[in-house]
Design a protein around this ligand. Structure first.
Ligand code: CA
Length: 483
């Protein structure tokens, strides 16, 4: 029996009230019991928070689908074939009523459970020595709620820059909801206001110290920097990313070195050696999430679901001494996989931990925001650190860094971590899936019909699942899917 499942049992029907359905819209009156008796001590808040992390760890969410979507919808990775799990994403084969349900339902399940904590935690009386514990738990709930809403907004809402956030985002739910609540979709701008406010509050409350598999101040601050960057608030993106880097590095986090880079992904991050993982899904053999996780999907020894494109391979090997080439794992000169999801000692590959926020990304956010605010000195500093780590003989000293330079480095550094399509689209760019050939990737070829698209393509966001629209007629479908 998994430990976290025991926690559910300990809390009994409390969790059933909020998480046994398929999201908050499907609460049944019979299970929507009185939660007034729930979560009355910090220990119970912590149990509930552990349960939330357990929900997040599911391969339907942050150890699988949530992570691969942004890669296989872009130009640097693809599904190996149409029958693979990633095939529908890669081919944009969703229609009005057959989109995936887990993104919407799972993320609102997380939000509903964080709302349970946030509706209680301020009212819990604690001795003075426990106020830091209470603050940290509240910060965790706020940061996780923000992450879920951020992801809902980018999966279901158009990029902020397309229309200044005027188009439809998702419902913003910040209180415990019940079956009678039928919220409408808020604008993208309102969603941004909500998760940016949550993150600003979270970073004031969260501990600066490492805590295995949990949110900390620097992870939340990096996520806030990411949110500002997506919004186009580059001044705050730069300021926040720099503060996150400085804070993380004064609390033992550090970029992996060139020497350790190829294998550091298998490290079991600890307080003594947190490496550069700011927030991760910790998967262990006793708490295995099964075979649908990133570890197996990205391996020739697993489901070999998603591989790099030939064009990306050519981009990466422009510098034959780039350490990131060492992460490529070739299958009989047919396909290449990205071996970032390395199992920890003694584990099966399916139990590899899944990084969600990594210090390298914070550096790249700082570099991009610096370029966009015209601060070349800082662009050189932050991009240079990533470039030189990849190849110590590279230097950007004296260079005039362009946005293209940063985006190219982002592609190389963050491939297979769920970013690429969002990165192109949020900057108003065009995804181009180019046909190239290479004798080392002899079977890798594009087979999607959508080869070139920008934010005018309605399928860059998902359709709202049919079950959610049926349960709540106030939730509109995304334009294009209704035609
Ligand atoms: Ca693991």
């Amino acid at each position: 029996m998994k430990k976290t499942r025991n926690i559910f049992i300990a809390l009994g029907i409390i969790f059933c009230a909020v998480s046994c359905g398929n999201g908050w819209l499907e609460l049944e009156p019979s299970t929507a019991i009185n939660t007034d008796e729930a979560v009355k001590t910090l220990k119970e808040v912590e149990f509930t928070m552990n349960g939330i992390y357990d929900i997040m760890r599911s391969s339907d969410l942050y150890s699988g689908r949530m992570m691969y979507y942004g890669d296989v919808t872009g130009d640097d990775m693809q599904a190996v074939s149409s029958s693979k799990r990633t095939g529908n994403y890669y081919r944009f084969s969703f229609t009005r009523d057959n989109g995936p349900s887990s993104h919407w339902a799972g993320l609102y399940e997380i939000i509903q459970n964080t709302n349970l904590i946030l509706s209680r935690v301020d009212g819990i009386k604690v001795p003075d020595e426990d106020t830091g514990w209470r603050d940290n738990l509240k910060g965790e709930a706020l940061a996780v709620r923000a992450l879920a809403l951020f992801d809902l907004t980018r999966f279901f809402g158009m990029p902020y820059a397309k229309d200044g956030g005027a188009s439809l985002g998702v419902p913003v739910v910040t209180t415990l909801s019940d079956i009678d609540d039928k919220p409408e979709r808020a604008t993208v701008a309102t969603c941004y206001d909500s998760f940016i406010a949550d993150l600003n509050e979270a970073v004031q409350l969260l501990s600066p110290k490492f805590s295995k598999g949990r949110m900390n101040r620097w992870a939340a601050m990096s996520l806030l920097a990411r949110a500002y960057l997506y919004k186009g608030d580059n001044v705050n993106a730069l300021k926040t990313a720099e503060a996150a880097i400085e804070g993380a590095e004064s609390n033992k986090w550090a970029l992996w070195s060139n020497k350790e880079y190829a294998t550091a992904w298998s490290n079991d991050a600890s307080a003594a050696a947190p490496g550069e993982i700011l927030f991760e899904m910790v998967i262990t053999t006793p708490e295995s999430q099964g075979k649908e996780t990133m570890g197996r999907l990205n391996s020739k020894d697993g489901y070999d679901d998603m591989c790099i494109t030939v064009s990306f391979y050519h981009l990466l090997k422009e510098d034959p001494d780039d350490v990131r080439l060492k992460l490529l794992s070739f299958d009989k000169k047919k396909y290449a996989y990205v071996f970032k999801y390395q199992p920890q000692a003694g584990e099966d590959i399916m139990d590899a931990n899944v990084p969600v926020i990594r210090l390298s990304e914070t550096y790249l956010i700082a570099a991009e925001a610096a370029v966009k605010t015209g601060d070349n000195e800082k662009a050189v500093k932050y991009l240079g650190a990533i470039a030189q780590r990849a190849n110590p003989s590279r230097t950007l000293d004296g260079a005039a860094v362009t946005l293209d330079d940063v985006m190219t480095e982002r592609r190389k550094e963050l491939v297979a971590e769920g970013h690429r399509m969002f990165d192109v689209i949020r900057n108003g760019g065009t995804v181009k899936r180019i046909d190239e050939t290479d004798s080392n990737l002899s079977s890798t070829r594009h087979f999607a019909s959508d080869r070139e698209f920008n934010w005018d393509f309605y399928k860059i966001i998902l359709p709202v699942p049919k079950a959610e629209r049926d349960a709540n007629p106030n939730v509109a479908q995304n334009p294009g899917y209704d035609d």
